[in-house]
Design a protein. Structure first.
Length: 285
C-alpha cells in the first residue's frame, strides 16, 4: 500500500497505522471498501469520532522537586464529562509523566508507540475523540520554575524566575492564571501588535478634532496603558494590588524570565451545527 493511501485512510478514520494498512490490504487498496469494512468492526467507533472537534479536556503540569524544570501538557476530549473520567485522567497522567521524564515536547514523538495505542484504546472505550494537543518544557536558568493549576485543570501555568524560590514562582504563576498577561514586560510585546493598537488609537483620536500634537500625546498615552495592562511585571499583583508583580519579584532579589500559560481549548475553532439541520442532513443521507 502506498504511504499516501495509508495516510488518507488514517486521516479519514483516525485509526492506527497498522490497522489502516491491514484494512487496505484486505480491500486490495480500495479505500472506500476499506472504510466500509472498518465500519463493520469495533475500530470504526473511533473513526466516527475522529472528525469531531476535541476542544474540552484538561491541562496538567509536572515539576521537578528542585524546581529546575517543568512541563505543561494539554490533552483534549470532546466533552467536560469525559474530561472528568478516571480512565481519561489516568491516560493524561501517563502522557504527562512520559513528557516529564523525557523532557519531550514533540507530540508526535511522544505519542509514538505505547501511548498512541493507549489513546486509541481509550477512544474505543469512551467513544469520544481524544488527542494530545501540545506540550511545553520550561527550564530554569540560574533560578527556579514554579507551577500553578487552576479550575479543575482548566488553566495551567509555569513561571521561570531568575533567583527567588518555588513559592514565589507559584504565586506569580497564580497571577498569570488569573490575569492572563500577554508578555513578561512591555519590551517583549511584538511590534505588529503595538502597531495595530496605534492604528486603532490613531483612528479614534482623529475623530476628536484636537490638534496633531495633542493627538500624538493621546496615542502615546493609550499605547503605554495598553502595554502596562498586558505586561506581567507591570500588572498589580492579584494577592496585593498595592504592588506590581515586578516589584514583588524584585523585592525578593529575583526577576521574571518567562512564563507559559495553557488554557483548555484556547484557539480551537468549534464548528457550531444547528441541531435541526444536522437531523435533516442525517435523514437525507
Amino acid at each position: 500500500m502506498s504511504a499516501k493511501l495509508v495516510k488518507e485512510l488514517r486521516e479519514r478514520t483516525g485509526l492506527g497505522l497498522l490497522e489502516c494498512k491491514k484494512a487496505l490490504a484486505a480491500a486490495d487498496g480500495d479505500i472506500e471498501k476499506a472504510i466500509e469494512e472498518l465500519r463493520k468492526s469495533s475500530g470504526m467507533k473511533a473513526a466516527k469520532k475522529a472528525g469531531r472537534t476535541a476542544a474540552d479536556g484538561v491541562v496538567v503540569t509536572r515539576l521537578a522537586e528542585d524546581g529546575s524544570y517543568g512541563v505543561v501538557v494539554e490533552v483534549n476530549s470532546e466533552t467536560d464529562f469525559v474530561a472528568r473520567d478516571d480512565s481519561f485522567l489516568a491516560f493524561v497522567a501517563k502522557v504527562a509523566d512520559a513528557a516529564f521524564a523525557g523532557k519531550q515536547t514533540d507530540v508526535a514523538a511522544l505519542m509514538a508507540g505505547e501511548l498512541e495505542s493507549d489513546r486509541e484504546a481509550l477512544v474505543q472505550k469512551i467513544g469520544e475523540n481524544i488527542g494530545v494537543r501540545r506540550v511545553e518544557l520550561v527550564n530554569a536558568d540560574a533560578g527556579v520554575v514554579g507551577a500553578y493549576v487552576h479550575g479543575n485543570n482548566r488553566i495551567a501555568v509555569l513561571v521561570e524566575l531568575k533567583g527567588g524560590d518555588q513559592d514565589l514562582a507559584k504565586d506569580v504563576a497564580m497571577h498569570v492564571a488569573a490575569v492572563n498577561p500577554q508578555v513578561v514586560s512591555p519590551a517583549d510585546m511584538p511590534e505588529e501588535v503595538v502597531a495595530k493598537e496605534k492604528e486603532i488609537y490613531t483612528a479614534q483620536a482623529a475623530e476628536s478634532g484636537k490638534p496633531a500634537e495633542i493627538i500624538e500625546k493621546m496615542i502615546g498615552g493609550r499605547v503605554k496603558k495598553f502595554l502596562s495592562e498586558n505586561s506581567l511585571v507591570e500588572q498589580a499583583f492579584v494577592k496585593d494590588p498595592d504592588v506590581t508583580v515586578g516589584k514583588l519579584v524584585s523585592a525578593a532579589g529575583a526577576e521574571v524570565a518567562s512564563f507559559v500559560r495553557f488554557e483548555v481549548g484556547e484557539g480551537i475553532e468549534v464548528e457550531k451545527v444547528d441541531f435541526a439541520d444536522e437531523v435533516a442532513a442525517q435523514l437525507k443521507g
